[in-house]
Design a protein around this ligand. Structure first.
Ligand code: PAF
Length: 282
């Protein structure tokens, strides 16, 4: 595996690969890799000639009071994990190379899709995500880009950006990977104290019990939201940011459950903001 630190080195490798007619798979990450990221890499390995993993804690997607400085980092371990799944290129750019002095251009999906859910409490977050992801798309020129379903709103927004900006890239969305007790894997789980960690399973439990109720005939979004809210609120210290039932593609709220449905939650446990979701066809 080659470790690349500059945009120009990445461009050279990418252009060589494209010249040989190779296909490229890109996995954008912020590092501190876990089994969720590895599942994306394994799939990319099966589907592409060249697998590029980027590791960049992207400052433009963090608000002023968020955890940019504290975000966990462990590049040595990341490299070992990337090697274990036979990634070809690890791209660790510097912030100055990505956003040089005077940088002024942003990519933003307008409208409700980016303002709802996490967009309400993190107003600049998705603008930062779409900006860095489009830059990575231009640099890595992937045929396929791999993202995890855990960040359901991120996936919907990137799908919209790919469509609206005519990126000729296949978006591959991979299932959520969970810990044994159901907690969705996330680099931020490491912020949880052991007491908080044991409470955190309530997110997936509430979502899965709502899903079971829907299987048994429940069709009211309001009843589903109430059920999940009560279940999560019964656990202390859990502060609900949102519980939402939506159309999985548009992210518009629905009243009656029909078609492709996304149920998403964001909950603050202690100082850690956790998100989780389930998506299914009714
Ligand atoms: O999901 C993430 O880790 C980040 O939002 C991403 C897509 C790598 C952009 O920085």
């Amino acid at each position: 595996m080659d470790i690349i630190r500059t945009k120009s080195d990445l461009r050279e490798i990418v252009n060589k690969a494209l010249g040989k007619g190779q296909t490229i798979g890109l996995i954008p990450t912020m590092g501190f890799l876990h089994e969720g990221h590895l599942s994306l890499m394994r799939r990319a390995r099966r589907e592409n000639d060249l697998v590029i993993v980027s590791v960049f804690v992207n400052p433009t997607q963090f608000g002023p009071n968020e955890d940019l400085e504290a975000y966990p980092r462990d590049s040595e371990k990341d490299i070992t994990l990337m090697r274990s799944v036979n990634a070809d290129i690890a791209f660790f750019p510097d912030a100055d190379d990505i956003y040089p002095y005077g940088y002024a251009t942003y990519v933003q999906v307008e409208g409700a899709m980016a303002q709802t859910l996490c967009g309400r409490s993190r107003p600049i977050h998705f603008r930062g995500v779409t900006t860095i992801v489009s830059k990575l798309f231009h640099l890595a020129k992937p045929h396929r880009a791999y993202f995890g379903q855990k960040d359901a709103q991120q996936v919907a927004i990137i799908a919209k950006m790919i469509q609206d900006l005519d990126f000729d890239i296949e978006l591959v969305v991979c299932p959520i990977i969970r810990e044994a007790d159901g907690l969705a894997m996330s680099s931020r789980n490491r912020y949880l104290t052991s007491r908080e960690r044991s409470k955190a399973k309530v997110l997936s439990q509430a979502l899965h019990s709502a899903q079971a109720k829907i299987k048994n005939g429940e069709r009211s979004a309001a009843a589903v939201i109430q059920n999940i809210t009560e279940r999560i609120a019964s656990v202390k210290p859990a502060e609900i940011d949102y519980v939402s039932v939506m159309d999985a593609v548009t992210l518009n709220d629905v009243q009656a459950l029909r078609g492709k449905i996304l149920i998403a939650v964001a909950v603050i446990i202690g100082r850690t903001r956790l998100i989780d979701n389930v998506q299914f066809e009714v």
